[in-house]
Ligand binder design. Structure first.
Ligand code: TIU
Length: 224
């Protein structure tokens, strides 16, 4: 594999040094993807997210083959809820609140079955897993330090949901100087229109937050 590759993307193609690039997979957890988890307690149709799994699995396999740094994130809270702001726990009228017991254990709590990454995308022992209490991967985590340690300048970003944790993380990363390339078919939302607009917001105005590509274009660039 060449050290650099050019990904077809919008608003323009982007050439990346693979040794300075990480694949970041956001919150592909049972709590968002499966019935009985946090996503469904908020009133969402979780089946909307399934379409992102296969494209992510394909990019993950290619990234592993290429020896790329892979980072998985998980949204969730400590069992005593000490890292869960009341403003988050008390929000809205969910069927179960964060910390309540559900069919996959306590909702959005670290160590519970619902907090696990789905089996199709289980991290390898060698891969990094960032546990985050917020929507963005940088807030109150070691994510920034780890990217710096590995000399990362570019992020290939996918996961769920497009307009919430993916967009928040991309905005945080963009302000910190990372080039973010978002994999459109590797993201999904409970609201298809938010998915579409969430991607448009990233690539508009000459790529105000980053670039948008798809899983086939990433695999093609990695295979070159
Ligand atoms: N509700 C929703 O769309 N998303 C979240 O609460 N978290 C993530 O996006 N991971």
């Amino acid at each position: 594999m060449a050290n650099t590759g050019t990904i077809t993307a919008e608003p323009a193609p982007i050439t990346l040094d693979w040794s300075k690039t990480a694949l970041v997979i956001i919150d592909m957890q049972r709590d968002f993807m499966e019935p009985g988890g946090f996503g469904e307690t908020l009133g969402n149709d979780v089946s909307q997210l399934a379409r992102a799994v296969q494209p992510i699995a394909a990019v993950l396999a290619a990234a592993r083959d290429a020896g790329m740094l892979v980072v998985h994130t998980r949204e969730g809270h400590l069992p005593d809820l000490s890292d869960a702001p009341p403003a988050k726990v008390e929000r809205g009228a969910p069927s179960l609140r964060i910390g309540d017991s559900g069919p996959m254990g306590r909702i959005l709590i670290r160590g519970e079955a619902g907090h696990d990454i789905i089996p199709e995308l289980t991290p390898l022992e060698s891969e990094i897993v960032i546990d985050k209490p917020g929507k963005g991967a940088f807030y109150a985590t070691e994510f920034g330090d780890i990217l710096q340690k590995y000399g990362i300048e570019n992020l290939l970003v996918c996961g769920v949901t497009t307009e919430v944790c993916v967009n928040t993380t991309v905005r945080e990363a963009n302000d910190r100087g990372y080039r973010c390339v978002v994999i459109s078919d590797g993201c999904a939302s409970y609201f298809p229109e938010f998915h579409e607009m969430g991607l448009k917001m990233i690539k508009a105005q000459g790529g105000i937050f980053g670039w948008v590509t798809d899983s086939a274009a990433v695999r093609e660039a990695l295979a070159d």
